[in-house]
Design a protein around this ligand. Sequence first.
Ligand code: CP
Ligand code: NVA
Length: 338
Amino acid sequence: MNELYQRDFLRLLDFTSAELKNIIALSIKLKKDKKNRKEIQLLKQKNIALIFEKESTRTRCSFEIAAFDQGAHVTYLGPGSTHLGTKESIEDTAKVLSRLYDGIQYRGHNHETIEILAKHASIPIWNGLTEKFHPTQIIADLLTMKEIFPNKNFFDIKCAYVGDSHNNIGNSLLEAAAVIGLDLRLISPKKCWPDKNLLLLCKNIAKKNKGNIMCTENINEGVKNVDFIYTDVWVSMGENKKIWKERIELLKNYQLNDSMINITKNNNVKILHCLPALHDQKTTIGKSILNEYGFKHGMEITDTIFQKHQETIFEQAENRLHTIKAIIISSLVKKIQF
Ligand code: CP
Ligand code: NVA
């Protein structure tokens, strides 16, 4: 039996290195099959609920297209459209949806909610982002790294993550580094480092998987000779807008720009961003925030770097689809046969 059958997907520490590698291998196969128009539908007659308490482009579309490609049906439950937590408890909602659906994707404000959902549901729950973790994103990132370095082991891949290391991307990258064994450098001011206990736990697990985890405030130390620099927004969804000023003050020297690229001493360094990115003024938020704080050419990443590396960044975005498909199949198909 497939070892991920009927399992939830809440955070990466719940898995072994072999399990994550199997999901990545399945994603590679699914991506190839879709491109060659040879995809086999394994999710016919399955029904999937998509609960979104926050906005989404990539995650929602990836879950929907993954389901459609595989013959499953979805119900999108957007912000404010269910009774969840207002008129009906998370527990009761989990029990009702378990009678109707085969799996539930949840994106929301509190990680605790997804844990309660998972505890009371009898079907798999997939974490499409909480304030603490974004595990499906990181599987897509690992696939992107593997595609660029097919012959490297993960523990030979040096990845720097700059910016807000205690957000959902920083935390999940940390867990990935522990389980799959990346050489990860989290580069931020101390105030933005992940929770001490999580960091310690991940460092210990990483030792068993040949991983290496470093937290540093020092950009020179962190990005030297890296293969990848990854960044994300400085203020995440759900955070109070008032925090912008303080966060910018903390992170203004951690922008992914030409001078940071020069420090890597790697002309071939690759750039990752989970998106959306504040790299230009073509959005309402971009226009107001970039102007207000004097970051005309981009906030966490400059527009020049973004444009130059867009091929990798958009491949990373496409990989959300293939990896989410692999995650759904892994938890809903008992025996995966191609
Ligand atoms: N990267 C990501 O999760 O994108 P969305 O917010 O568009 O889903
Ligand atoms: N840290 C970001 C990730 C978006 C995909 C957020 O939570 O807004």
